[in-house]
Design a protein around this ligand. Structure first.
Ligand code: TMP
Length: 208
């Protein structure tokens, strides 16, 4: 099963990725966790270019191709081989981040974003996607607890940007059946329980 977590920065998805991994390992499942951008030698180098604050002059078009280049490598080098070996692959972000951030956030045409995503991933589409939803004001509040120096190039994009990204995710969630929206202001354990419930439900449907 291919499971992805999405959401605006500071929504708490990485904590949920860790908790789900622990849960699945306790169930004696084979699990591989990856994060985007990154996850392979080449993709981690691309991540570094993308998040470096000195690269403030990066154009939106450059940005989308770099995220997608990182992903194209990750899909072929890791995700597909692990899925073929029967692993649960959990990804902290995937191409929905590109649609939400570069499409709805930066304003690149959604049609173009879809084509680029399609080229990067082909038929490697998540079975289920958890959108951990927090109000953008909450993201800005949580982000302001980090010092300016700790924030990466995308995280300094501002409140208006986050508002557009969140709206984009909500639109995606309304269009794609694989999406589950989870209220990210609930406590960590409540969110985790919902995630597990949804996965068990989906597995029982697939095996029925
Ligand atoms: P992270 O903070 O979840 O590791 O993600 C890194 C940043 O990159 C985060 O601000 C979201 C952003 N991002 C995009 O803008 N587009 C993408 O396609 C991906 C995967 C991440």
């Amino acid at each position: 099963m291919f499971i992805t977590f999405e959401g605006i920065d500071f929504c708490g998805k990485s904590t949920q990725v860790d908790k789900l991994k622990e849960f699945l390992l306790e169930q004696k499942k084979k699990v591989e966790v990856i994060r985007e951008p990154g996850g392979t030698l080449i993709s981690e180098k691309v991540r570094h270019i993308l998040l470096d604050k000195n690269h403030y002059s990066m154009f939106e078009e450059t940005e989308i191709f770099l995220f997608s280049a990182s992903r194209a490598q990750l899909v072929r080098e890791k995700i597909r081989p692990y899925l073929e070996k029967g692993y649960y692959v959990i990804s902290d972000r995937f191409y929905d981040s590109t649609t939400a951030y570069q499409g709805y956030g930066r304003g690149i045409s959604i049609e173009a974003v879809k084509q680029i995503n399609n080229l990067a991933v082909g038929d490697t589409i998540p079975d289920i996607t958890f959108f951990i939803d927090i109000p953008f004001e909450e993201a800005v509040k949580r982000g302001s607890k980090k010092s300016g120096a700790q924030l990466d190039r995308i995280e300094i994009s501002g409140a208006e940007f986050y508002s557009k990204v969140r709206e984009g995710y909500l639109k995606l969630a309304s269009e794609e059946k694989r999406f589950r929206i989870i209220n990210g202001t609930l406590n960590i354990q409540e969110i985790h329980n919902t995630v597990i419930e949804e996965i068990i439900n989906l597995e029982s449907k697939v095996s029925a």
